[in-house]
Design a protein. Structure first.
Length: 122
């Protein structure tokens, strides 16, 4: 059995995936690796760019150790990202409420005070 860790940079926040395959085909003259796996009892093949493969190994222990390190880094940073997102959401909510309140207050004032608004009499 072979083990792969592949970059997934186009699908944040998941930047890598890991899986096992029974067979692969690679050569020096190709920029891709063909991985073969079973789906519904039928062999399937996928081409993966060599540059997208972080690790291709038959050493299960090394694969698990490396994957664990990547997942630990991912978890640590996703926690920071989630905290930042929460703070951003709160700041956006405060901003929206403040601007809405200011606009609503001005709408009330413009009808009572001497505000040169052409829509006032319409």
């Amino acid at each position: 059995m072979y083990y792969i860790i592949k970059r997934q940079e186009e699908t944040p926040p998941t930047y890598f995936i890991a899986f096992q395959i029974p067979k692969f085909i690679a050569s020096k003259s190709s920029d891709s690796v063909i991985v073969e796996f079973q789906k519904d009892g039928k062999p399937q093949r996928k081409w993966i760019k060599k540059s997208d493969i972080v690790l291709l190994t038959d050493d299960r222990e090394y694969f698990l150790k490396t994957l664990s390190k990547f997942k630990e880094t991912e978890t640590k940073h996703l926690q920071a990202v989630n905290i930042a997102k929460q703070k951003l959401d709160e700041a956006m909510s405060d901003f929206t409420q403040a601007v809405k309140s200011e606009l609503d207050d001005f709408d009330r004032k413009k009808m009572q005070e001497d505000v040169p608004c052409l829509l006032k009499g319409l």
